[in-house]
Design a protein around this ligand. Structure first.
Ligand code: WAQ
Ligand code: MG
Length: 266
């Protein structure tokens, strides 16, 4: 394991007090200045408008990042929100999450209440996060340069080489590394980004196009959890630095049947 120091660099940008963009990663010392530059540039030219407040955190990590592979990525050809919900129910319930918990999450995500972080939903449908309005934010995650180049190449072949997909895949890969997490559902809060995803350790990261209608300015995230100390899970999600250092397969459109037939490919 490398003894070199690593740094978590995080950016949050707001306009008139409203969050407009964020980014983060884990880097070596030589890259700090370049990344601060890049994140600042991103904040100043965001689609939602020019930031009037940019917060940057550069933090030396006291523990060496845990290195893990990314989740494999696939896409289901879901045609509308109903189809995406149906597929989510099938896949998430196959790993032991109760339908009512999944229904509960869809209801909350469609209620228009914006959370900064993710809900923690137990598999019976009971919310477990201490702050129900804010949710739990996952931070201190990143990808090595080599893995980032490989991911760009693999996503590029699918026409998916963008920050939204990359960041979501990195986040999901970190989150599901923890045994208490059984599943995840995510819908972007960007009104122009209508593809969401679900993830489980068994099935990997599954993109769900058209999970919401264009123009809807809210979304959200939920982690379905079981067994163990919620406090410990939250500590892992927030504090343990995780670095993606290899990339699993990135595949185009597959059918639900293919997903169930190939579930142990990871
Ligand atoms: N930790 C926990 N929850 C978060 C975090 C975080 N770091 N960042 C965002 N969330 C929650 C929050 O409630 C947001 O409203 C919600 O997730 C959606 O966040 O492969 O961009 O940043 O094409 O809008 C899916 C990509 C993109 C699918 C998801 O999420 C694909 C996305 P957003
Ligand atoms: Mg985002």
């Amino acid at each position: 394991m490398s003894k070199r120091l690593h740094y978590s660099i995080r950016m949050r940008a707001a306009m008139s007090g409203v969050h407009i963009s964020g980014a983060e990663g884990i880097y070596e010392k030589n890259d700090i200045i370049k990344m601060v530059n890049e994140f600042t540039g991103r904040a100043l030219s965001h689609g939602k408008g020019r930031a009037d407040e940019i917060r940057l955190t550069v933090e030396e990590l006291k523990t060496s990042p845990v290195r893990i592979p990314s989740f494999p990525l696939r896409t289901l050809n879901t045609r509308n929100p109903e189809a995406a919900k149906k597929a989510s129910l099938k896949i998430l319930s196959s790993v032991g999450i109760k339908e009512r918990a999944i229904e509960e999450v869809f209801e909350s995500l469609n209620s228009g209440i914006a959370m900064r972080g993710a809900m923690l939903m137990d598999i019976e449908g009971v919310r477990l996060e201490p702050d129900l309005l804010r949710g739990v934010r996952v931070i201190r995650m990143g990808i090595t340069k080599k893995a980032a180049a490989e991911l760009s190449r693999k996503l590029g072949r699918l026409g998916l080489n963008n920050n939204t997909v990359k960041e979501a895949l990195i986040l999901a890969s970190k989150v599901h590394r923890h045994r208490m997490v059984l599943g995840e559902l995510c819908i972007s809060d960007d009104p122009n980004y209508t593809t969401g995803y679900i993830a489980t350790r068994t099935h990997g990261y599954i993109r769900l196009p058209r999970i919401k209608k264009r123009g809807v300015a809210y979304g959200g995230r939920a982690f379905f959890i079981a067994g163990g100390e919620v406090k410990e899970l939250i500590k892992y999600l927030q504090r343990t630095p995780v670095l993606i250092n290899s990339i699993k397969s990135c595949t185009g459109i597959v059918t639900l049947r293919e997903i169930f037939e190939s579930k142990s490919r990871r």
